[in-house]
Design a protein around this ligand. Sequence first.
Ligand code: IPM
Ligand code: MN
Length: 353
Amino acid sequence: MNLALLPGDGIGPEVIQQAVKVVKAVGKKFNHQITFKEAIVGAAAIDQTGNPYPDATHEICLQSDAVLFGAIGDPKYDNDPKAKVRPEQGLLEMRRKLGLFCNVRPTFTFPSLVHKSPLRQERIEGTDLVFLRELTGGIYFGEPRGRNEQGTKAFDTNIYTVEEIERLARMGFEFAQKRRKLLTCVDKANVMATSRLWRETVQRLAPEYPDVTVEYEFVDAVAMRLIQWPKAYDVLITENLFGDILTDEASVISGSMGLMPSASLGLNTKLFEPIHGSYPQAAGKDIANPLATVLSAAMMFEYAFGLMDEATAISDAVNFSLEAGVVTEDIAEGGKAYKTSEVGDWLVEKILG
Ligand code: IPM
Ligand code: MN
């Protein structure tokens, strides 16, 4: 397995480092030859090359069997709306060039953490849903975008083609078939033309998947029901922007954003990344939660290589660490807070032990 490592910005490098340790341990335990190639992306890449997603990085991604990605973003760009190049452009370029149109973001609860959620335990216990967020279209990429000449008017364009909707929707149906066979199409068809095309396209495909029950729900209603009754959902498909917002909301159900992994699937090499961002305030302090990245590595074994035992070895170790209270400060809550690297070391021992 040839893996590309893109640590990126903020806490990216330190959480990626833990994932690498864990992947190496799994390689040892299950006898896999694993090689790593590191590449720059984000603010780090702007500093070195002026480009947040350099061609050399893209080449490494294309030639790898999977990409493990940390995070992108640096506060020095956030408060400078006039900055010409922004780290996030690198992330969007990477998604576009690798054709990663389907972002898989699961939400599940950890039995040892349910009492720590801000939501009532009985509402969230047993939640097991997955968002498929469209990742290379919609308002993130639509043209035209910008300002009028006087700078007094700004505009973004939300565009979707049938083809873009259909390929994402088909993945949704296929995911649902392997799970509890419930698919929810999240849109704003009462207002938006793009949403009506989503709904029409999903309705057209539905008869091809007779074993899957399809529900259509407006995004505002989903925002509410998701935290009121998350167990009502199985697989949700939605456009880029709605998916961005709802998956942050959904991460609260699990107790911490530091726990939620993701996989991005599409036309080329698959990519795996935590859904939390670069968390610059914690960068370099060895306090960030590495579990979302470690669980992203578990998703890599499952989705890039079809290796379920390897994936389970990782998720089991993570569950053990949570039960044993070997956790970083974001979930330690008064108990002992372990360092990022200590959690990584503990997981390695658990996997090899
Ligand atoms: C995410 C992030 C990105 C997005 C940002 C950093 C551009 O929030 O992966 O969810 O909006 O897609
Ligand atoms: Mn986001």
